[in-house]
Design a protein around this ligand. Sequence first.
Ligand code: PEP
Ligand code: MG
Length: 547
Amino acid sequence: MMIHGVGIGRGVAVGPVLTMADPLPEPADEPRSATLAVDAELERAKGALRRVGDDLEQRADRAENEGQRETGSILRALGQMAADPSLLDAITSHLASGQTTERSVYEGFGDFEQRLSALGGYMAERAADLHGIGQQVIADVLGVQAPGIPSSDKPFILVARDLSPAQTASLDMRQVLGIVTSQGGPTSHTAILARARGVVAVVSAADAESLSDGQTVIVDAAAGVVGVDPSDEEIRAVEERQRRGAQARSLRGHPGSTKDGVLVPLLANVGKPADAALALECGAEGVGLFRTEFLFMGNAEPPSVDEQAKAYEELLSRFPGRKVVIRMLDAGSDKPLAFLTAQDEPNPALGVRGLRALRTHPKVLEDQLEALAIADGRTQADLWVMAPMVADEHEAEYFVALGKSKGLRKVGVMAEIPAIAFLADKIAEVADFVSIGTNDLTQYTLAADRTLSSVVQYQTAWHPAVLRAIERIARAGADRRMPVGVCGEAAADPDLAVVLVGMGVTSLSMTSMALDDVRARLAEVTIAQARERAAEALSGEHYHPKY
Ligand code: PEP
Ligand code: MG
């Protein structure tokens, strides 16, 4: 049987289920004994709140000392929730109305939770966080064990309705192999913490409530499913995946390199400055593609120079001394922009897009370059700037000269139009670097719309025609000492990454989650082996099209 949910991260775990104890029963709604004065009871409630708050603070300190900054700050924020004066006010008013202390705490937290839920979205998810703290405070008032993580002498898969962030943060990772929750969303703090701690988790799996203690399950976060009562063969496959994953992760922090030490920087593709955190966590050596469209999309007007400079600065400041390649706005085709893109192009993928679109709007182009130069001046990163969809050396020369006139030091172009492969030697004379966008290069080489599933069988950079285009560019780069990176999806395929390196590509940029696997595969081959695989792939002898 398969239970579907939302996976957090890409890990996989297998083990016996242990379900979490039910929450505390709702405190009875009955009047407080006349002998218990409001002031004394308020002190009891305050004491419980303080102890729970202190406990959260201590756990925050511990997490931070272990280098878990995100966990630390979430625990600290929860501690602050427990100390919120409006929470104490609500508890006080329930006490004053004659309710028991535990009921007053219950109601006080309930009022606060309701207010958060009414706000919806992110704030509503914080209501679940608050509920967990309320349970701890009530347990403290009653002097009973707080509902929490079960313990066992054998490692287990924890199955719960939901976990509070504090519980997630304090999971003993030697005991808990993975977690499955029937509730909780992928953006809850619990999920954020699970991701940050590398806990294998599937959340929002409603059917998980049918699981019982001792049942064996596979928690497959990459697929977002829980496999119940797996076969021996399925368990062996999981163990093999875990072995490879652990091996791959153990190389984090090491530079990308072949087995014999040829360095190939492994960089991250990012879509907004906040993505820097995951990139760094996954061991990115810098950024190989920052798609700047996010700043422009959905706006009637382009953002100001100032606004843009702030966003670029935010990203660059996360990578002092490291390479960050920022791509100019790539509007048009499947990314139309109201203020830049013509509405009446019958075939927009072959229309005014990328650098062509920017040239028809020189102010947008110059403002972006100026914003980049400002951000560069304020930060210590090694900024490289490139234009998308460059067709020949004339366009390359134009863009490089303009970028340099604004004070940018490294200015290059993307190779996405096949023409550029035929002119690679000319490009190498004018550009500081080339970054190959294999997504568009494949689309245009094989005349297959990348957004159309009916031609998906043509959309592979393994096609020898695409590989030969890449190889021409890499060779021209090597002849003239011009760096040639790849930043399309092809770089994220570990086997293809080896082929690209064998063809002379000097850096690879990919989605952060792919870095571990690519780093590990590269480390398994020598440069001579990579060259052999490149020659074989270029020959096309083993390429079998699926059409
Ligand atoms: C590409 O075309 O390969 C590329 C990296 O750019 P995008 O996917 O943003 O078009
Ligand atoms: Mg592209």
